[in-house]
Design a protein around this ligand. Structure first.
Ligand SMILES: C[S@@+](CC[C@H](N)C(=O)[O-])C[C@H]1O[C@@H](n2cnc3c(N)ncnc32)[C@H](O)[C@@H]1O
Length: 205
């Protein structure tokens, strides 16, 4: 039963997300541009969804798009010739130190094993490789935080498991395998939901 509900959630999300992405595409340009403009070489994008970043990449030798949602990957496959891989970010099906860059946008909030994902990124990233991210993180507004805890189950169901209380700022700051630069950008919508956007880069030692 749990498996069936999980599959249903993946399907539902693959229908809903492209609309959300379309509506917000204009205001997301800044972030998508940031995470892709300095990429090069062999790139792994984690949680590529419906492929919203694909057209932003300017320089790459090879781009691999990885997601755990088969329905979204199928949509991506129709859009491009890049390699698409169905996998969970906590078990990356690659050898050690093969990627120059890893990219994620709006993904960590729905990753269940975040620590393992961070360890896997370190394993597959080359020395001096870079992880570019754009994520949302919890805001410090306590009222909103408590209010949100009551509707999180409905929200998670509709959004493919997005945990808007996820402290991704703290998570990225705690990465020990590299130096992180984290920027914060507020947006009215995410502020209303009690979140803030964070974006930046982790440079592997
Ligand atoms: C909100 S969507 C963002 C999609 C895309 N990155 C974008 O910027 O529009 C989050 C995506 O991350 C994927 N995802 C979540 N957890 C994942 C995991 N552990 N491994 C791989 N993909 C994951 C979801 O399936 C979904 O496609």
């Amino acid at each position: 039963m749990a498996n069936l509900i999980y599959k249903l959630r993946l399907k539902l999300f693959s229908i809903i997300y492209p609309f959300i992405d379309d509506i917000s595409s204009y205001k997301n340009q800044f972030f998508r541009d940031y995470i892709t403009k300095n990429t090069h070489g062999v790139i792994l994008e984690i949680g590529s969804g419906n492929g919203a970043n694909i057209n932003y990449y300017k320089k790459y030798k090879k781009l691999i798009l990885l997601d755990k949602n088969i329905h979204l990957l199928k949509k991506t496959q129709l859009l491009c010739n890049h390699n698409v891989i169905l996998a969970d970010s906590s078990h990356l099906p690659f050898k050690e130190t093969i990627f120059d860059n890893i990219v994620s946008s709006l993904v960590l909030c729905s990753v269940i094993d975040k620590q393992k994902t961070i360890r896997e990124m370190n394993r597959v990233l080359k020395p001096a490789g870079k992880y570019f991210f754009w994520e949302h993180s919890i805001s410090k507004n306590k009222f909103i935080y408590h209010m949100k805890t009551y509707i999180i189950f409905i929200w998670k169901f509709l959004t493919g498991g997005c945990d808007y209380n996820s402290d991704n700022h703290k998570l990225i700051k705690s990465i020990l395998w590299g130096k992180s630069k984290i920027y914060i950008k507020k947006s009215i919508l995410v502020k209303f939901l009690g979140m803030t956007y964070i974006y930046g880069v982790v440079l592997k030692d």
